[in-house]
Design a protein around this ligand. Structure first.
Ligand SMILES: [Zn+2]
Length: 217
């Protein structure tokens, strides 16, 4: 099924994903609520969502997007239907695309590892918020024998991450719910949140929750 059809079908089935039921939010960094430069008006699948740069502070985020219930539907009922298969269940051109996507994540994982290399050590305990297919974690697992944990709302990607990393610590869920998903009291040496903050429902809440998972040292 092509994207345009998926978008149409989803909007027919789920009114919360129709633009008239969206909410417009202020910049989560500086609270500016009007001065934005619009970068694009659709997400990667084709749903309407206004992606902007805040003219006051430069933050990039979705200013107009579904309410929280719409987010849940988007990830659990719609986006997931595009990607719910495990890696082995793909074939042909689709498998190549998934492979390329994963390789892109691994490449970016090496960049992240290089960026923070002076803080890394063998056996580091790492949490990747919005881990996708686990590409970033794979790099840390391979290069640093890292103890890997990840969370992502898209079940299909979580499934592939579990296959790729062969670890049980990959959770499916929204980052805003992390305190009921990743065991409380757990502390990490490194928390990665890459290409995720911009499209979280509530980035301030997530950053506050993540603080509880950081080592104090
Ligand atoms: Zn701002």
């Amino acid at each position: 099924m092509d994207s345009a059809l998926i978008v149409k079908k989803a909007m027919d089935n789920y009114p919360l994903l129709r633009e008239e039921n969206y909410c417009t939010v202020e910049c989560p960094v500086c609270k500016n609520d009007s001065k934005f430069f619009v970068i694009c008006r659709h997400d990667s699948v084709g749903f309407p969502a206004e992606y902007v740069i805040c003219k006051k502070c430069g933050n990039i985020f979705f200013s107009k997007r579904p309410a929280r219930d719409g987010y849940d539907i988007y990830y659990n009922k719609v986006y997931d239907s595009l990607t719910q298969r495990g890696f082995q269940e793909y074939s042909g051109k689709e498998k190549e695309q998934v492979k390329a996507f994963l390789e892109g994540q691994i490449k970016r994982g090496y960049k992240i590892a290089d960026y923070c290399k002076k803080h890394l050590f063998k056996g580091i305990k790492i949490l990747d918020v919005g881990c996708g297919m686990g590409g970033t974690l794979k790099v840390f697992q391979n290069e640093y024998d890292a103890e890997c944990y990840g969370i992502d709302p898209v079940y299909g990607q979580v499934k592939i991450a579990r296959e790729v990393l062969e670890v049980d610590n990959i959770y499916c869920g929204m980052a805003e719910d992390i305190d009921s998903i990743v065991p409380s009291g757990m502390k990490f040496d490194l928390i990665v949140i890459r290409a995720t903050l911009d499209h979280l429902y509530d980035p301030s809440l997530v950053l506050n929750l993540l603080r509880n998972y950081c080592h104090e040292r």
